[in-house]
Write a new protein. Structure first.
Lengths: 432, 325
């Protein structure tokens, strides 16, 4: 009995810890609940870059991260998924179209010079001076009051730029941005000192966007949006409200059912269910697991499985009681015999969850994770909480009031016929 | 005799043929629908698949008014005129009584599906323009877009996931029980999967219901649950065999085991169904089909583990003993 009381206090401590965590830590809610955009970008091979290597992905990730950070939105996520894709999450995005345009743009700055091809037409060819040679870019106005993009080269870039302008005196030099020509000024004299301006009839917004992109760095390869998921904040709020309501109604109905069908053990199962939910939520907040709509569905389903563990145990205990065992033995063997079922069935659920987690898309992943954690926690609460409370409440004597278990008096003690080995008798504490 | 604690014993083995006939009856309509769909749909798929698997874009707008079918037809025509390729429209009506604390006054949601909208494409703007002309203050509440190549990849991955789940379960059950049991459990799972996909195939034909990524999740959950249920029965058969195999026939043991676990099987399914029905009636609009798939799957999963799987195990055992004798 001493162990039982110790266990009881252990459970109390866990519950208190869970409550403290739940009250103090914020819940991480998915974009489908708070509103926001989830984009999948795919790196596109070009003529010059035929294969997407891990190094290219690293550079791409960094550049995209820089750009996303520039949007000034909190809690953005940029991470690589698979070999050539990036996942970008932007909560509360103001102008999605603009955001998408910014993400996909290669933003490669190139200085080009004229070259006559074989047919005598003029072509622009690369000079080797690119956005990589920049120190920084900024928005300024020129003497006529127009917005210009002012460039400051690094040492290497300054030298290259000086060489180039020396070579091109009297000729045109073109500035290309993201593959299209922005301006093609005539070079009047060599420019030393590593500074230049791009003037191209920009609006302030255009100039600012270009500056931001230049400062964030060019993408090594173009990235295309292959998947998009945007949920408005109103729809998200609506989903949360509805999930909460559905969850509360569902849980209360289940608790009522357990109470009516299993009586006192039903109450214990209900308490165990509340403790289960508390532990689970505390875990979700500590890990942290991002809660999405599918994740909530996974949670509600795991409640079903948690209740199942209790039902299995109670049904088994009832059988043992019918066979005329005393309470202590019936509860113990009820647990022991139900446990193989609980364990085997939960293992298969965990197997499917693992497969889903490894192969699924991020929505499916959220579902699998919450379900798997739920199943594991449910095994713990069934073994510790339910068993402990059953022993504490019912004690060790004979069952005097069968109604407590929802049994009739005449059902009890029809005699036990099962042939058990000595070892099993010892395990269940059966005395001949 | 094994005590079952039940007055009326459910005879699985004795009425084997009834359960087989019932199974055939349950599965046939769905199978016919799937065959019909495979022949008639342009992409030869047994189910109506959504953008998750074909690629495309779905825009959803919240409206502050209810929409009738005539409104929808008119909007479809205007979209056609605006040069939108094959728009597919749907109305999701929001139950205003459940709105509760949310401040939005959205009465209905119109969902427009079209081809995959590229980066520099003004299709989305065009659609917004058309809707602004026809309705008061439409609000773009969600955009869902999947590229065509990604769609194919998702489809392939989903099938691989289902196949792997099957293999994983067979391996685990063969290890914990016997290969016979594993096979019976898997056949039971297939039974359930065919039933659910069959119903969704019918829903696709009749109500245009399309399956998305969440559908596969639902199927995988149903697989997990169905095996879960079956194992509880098998576990009992395994246990009873240890004690009674000399005194009783295999069929009697199967019957007794099913009856012993019957209360549990039904109660567990009931509690899970209670939560699922709560999700169906009070939960979000977006997860309705997902929840429906699970409700169907869990109901049929309970049937299959009580009747179908245990019947199979007994059937094989009969065949084996017959060949031995």
């Amino acid at each position: 009995m001493k162990n039982k009381i110790l266990m009881f206090w252990f459970i109390v401590i866990i519950v208190i810890t869970s409550c403290v965590i739940i009250l103090n830590k914020p819940t991480k809610l998915g974009l489908d609940l708070v509103g926001g955009s989830r984009l999948i970008l795919e790196a596109q091979p070009t003529e010059t870059v035929a294969k997407i290597t891990p190094e290219i992905m690293k550079t791409l990730l960094f550049a995209i991260e820089q750009r996303v950070n520039k949007m000034g939105v909190a809690e953005t996520v940029v991470q690589q998924v698979g070999e050539k894709r990036l996942l970008v999450e932007i909560p509360d995005v103001q102008d999605l179209k603009e955001a998408k345009a910014i993400l996909g743009e290669t933003a490669e700055l190139e200085f080009k010079k004229e070259s006559k091809n074989s047919e005598g037409a003029i072509d622009w060819v690369s000079t080797g001076l690119t956005g990589k040679d920049l120190n920084r870019a900024s928005v300024e106005t020129d003497s006529t009051g127009h917005w210009v993009v002012s460039l400051e080269f690094n040492n290497n870039g300054a030298n290259k730029f000086a060489e180039l302008t020396k070579e091109l005196v009297g000729k045109q030099m073109a500035i290309f941005f993201s593959g299209s020509e922005v301006s093609a000024p005539r070079v009047n004299e060599p420019i030393y000192g590593g500074k230049a301006q791009i003037s191209g009839d920009f609006s302030y917004e255009e100039a600012e966007r270009m500056v931001n992109l230049l400062n964030a760095g060019a993408l090594p390869v173009p990235a295309e949006i292959v998947e998009e998921n945007t949920v408005g904040a109103t729809l998200g709020a609506d989903s949360i409200e509805k999930s909460k309501k559905a969850g509360i109604i569902g849980l209360s109905a289940v608790m009522l059912f357990m109470l009516l069908f299993y009586r006192v053990p039903g109450i214990i199962a209900d308490i165990a269910l509340v403790i289960y939910s508390l532990i689970l939520f505390a875990l979700f907040k500590t890990i942290p697991v991002t809660l999405t709509l599918a994740g909530i569905a996974g949670f509600i389903l795991s409640v079903g499985m948690a209740v199942d563990a209790n039902i299995l145990i109670f049904e088994r205990t009832k059988e043992e009681l019918r066979d005329g065992r005393n309470l202590f033995t019936a509860i113990n063997s009820g647990f022991d015999r139900a446990f193989t079922s609980i364990f085997d069935s939960n293992m298969t659920t965990i197997i499917t969850c693992t497969i889903l987690y490894l192969l699924g898309t991020s929505i499916v992943k959220g579902f699998a994770l919450t379900l798997a954690i739920g199943v594991i926690v449910s095994m713990f609460t069934a073994i510790t909480v339910t068993k402990n409370f059953m022993h504490l409440i019912f004690g060790t004597g004979e069952l005097k009031h069968p109604a407590l278990f929802g049994l009739r008096k005449d059902e009890i003690g029809k005699g036990y016929e099962a042939v058990e080995t000595k070892r099993e008798k010892a395990r269940f504490g059966i005395l001949d | 005799m094994i005590q079952t604690g039940r007055k009326h014993i459910l005879h699985i083995v004795k009425y084997r043929w009834i359960w087989m006939a019932l199974t055939v009856l349950l599965l046939t309509p769905g199978i016919i629908a799937m065959i019909y769909s495979s022949v008639t749909y342009a992409n030869h798929s047994p189910l109506k698949v959504g953008i998750d698997y074909t690629g495309g874009t779905i825009l959803q707008y919240g409206l502050t008014q209810k929409i009738s079918n005539e409104d929808l037809t008119a909007t479809r025509k205007s979209l056609d005129d605006a040069g939108i390729e094959n728009p597919y429209l749907q109305i999701l009506n929001v139950n205003t009584e459940q709105q509760g604390k949310t401040k939005s006054n959205i009465q209905s949601i119109i969902s427009i599906r079209t081809k995959f909208i590229q980066k520099n494409d003004d299709t989305a703007d065009k659609i917004t323009q058309v809707l602004t002309r026809e309705y008061e203050t439409p609000e773009l509440i969600s955009v869902n877009s999947v590229g065509p190549t990604l769609g194919k990849e998702l489809f392939k991955n989903s099938l691989i996931a289902v196949a792997l789940a099957f293999l994983g379960i067979i391996a685990y059950l063969s290890f914990r029980f016997k290969f016979d049991y594993a096979l019976a459990a898997i056949l039971g799972v297939m039974h359930d999967v065919i039933f659910v996909t069959g119903i969704f195939s019918i829903l696709g034909l009749v109500y245009n219901v399309q399956i998305d990524g969440l559908f596969i999740t639902a199927i995988l959950t149903v697989i997990g649950f169905s095996v879960h249920d079956t194992i509880v029965v098998f576990d009992r058969i395994r246990e009873n065999l240890r004690y009674y195999s000399k005194k009783m026939s295999f069929g009697e043991i199967v019957d007794a085991s099913v009856n012993q676990t019957l209360a549990r099987s039904i109660n567990t399914s009931l509690t899970t169904l209670i939560t699922l029905f709560a999700l169906y009636f009070w939960g979000g609009v977006t997860t309705k089909d997902f929840v429906l798939a699970m409700i169907l799957g869990i109901a049929i999963g309970t049937y299959s583990s009580i009747f179908f799987c245990s019947m199979l195990v007994d059937f094989w055992n009969d065949k084996k003993t017959a060949t031995v004798a």
